[in-house]
Design a protein around this ligand. Sequence first.
Ligand SMILES: Nc1nc2c(c(=O)[nH]1)N[C@@H](CN(C=O)c1ccc(C(=O)N[C@@H](CCC(=O)O)C(=O)O)cc1)CN2
Ligand SMILES: NCC(=O)N[C@@H]1O[C@H](COP(=O)([O-])[O-])[C@@H](O)[C@H]1O
Length: 271
Amino acid sequence: METQNIRVSFHSVVQPIRIHKTHLFSMLPTPSCSSNRVSLNIRSFSSHTLITRRSLKCRNSVEKVEYEKDKSNIRRKNLAIFVSGGGSNFRSIYEATLNGLVHGDIVVLVTNKHDCGAAEYARYKGITVIVFPKRKEAQEVFSAEDLVTSLRSHKIDFILLAGYLKLIPSELIQAYPKSILNIHPSLLPAFGGKGYYGMKVHKAVIASGARYSGPTIHYVDEEYDTGRILAQREHKLYVEVAAALCEERISWREDGVPLIQSKENPNEFTW
Ligand SMILES: Nc1nc2c(c(=O)[nH]1)N[C@@H](CN(C=O)c1ccc(C(=O)N[C@@H](CCC(=O)O)C(=O)O)cc1)CN2
Ligand SMILES: NCC(=O)N[C@@H]1O[C@H](COP(=O)([O-])[O-])[C@@H](O)[C@H]1O
């Protein structure tokens, strides 16, 4: 049987398309590199905060400009993560909340498998674990409304699905508009929908002869994998998107396309 070489690449397959929007920010003055060091504070016109740029050394007239968003006056966000298995993305995001990459805290883990690896890890870290939906034979009923009430009591700002294998009910979607994301292990819309989860997705990609694959992060709507796509790139993507969420660097284009404001250059947006 002919073996097929497939490159399952988590590198940038879909080049981020960058657009330059100036109405959000003052035109960024081009830093002069006459001196050895440049430092510049840039005040934006938008609701965003002061963007300070660390002074940088210019070498060989090549500028390396980094912007450090001033997060001191951005409220830390409360996150709920939904998982059904080991929680590899959950653990990455959790670590990122501790090392400062994500300006938020994982307050609740929701799972349909009370004894999954992610739930055990969460309990060990002192994170509240909620089982939803409960097993059919469970004594007490815990409805979608009960789940919304519980998430509200924990003051949850965003919900991140990370290997959660059940359909999110519309009650939750209505209660958290534009605030629920999911990571899917293919370049949607290909290989998505009911029945496409876990290894089933990768097997379908390989069987199709596709040359590339990679994850998609999208907003969650009532159907499996049909919500607005936010990002498609290498597998550490969820931490970067969670960071953008918590730093309020996501905006919505007039036609409903969500955009991520670049951390490096606030005048650039990708989708
Ligand atoms: N309302 C939504 N809920 C969920 C979405 C979504 O986009 N909208 N994404 C899924 C995650 N997912 C793909 O990214 C996904 C998960 C599970 C399934 C699936 O077919 N599940 C089986 C049951 C599997 C099991 O119980 O072990 C099924 O429904 O028959 C498809 C896609 C999370 N929720
Ligand atoms: N449709 C989404 C989906 O299928 N997600 C899948 O859930 C698992 C999560 O593993 P983890 O719990 O070890 O991160 C992974 O297999 C991932 O592809």
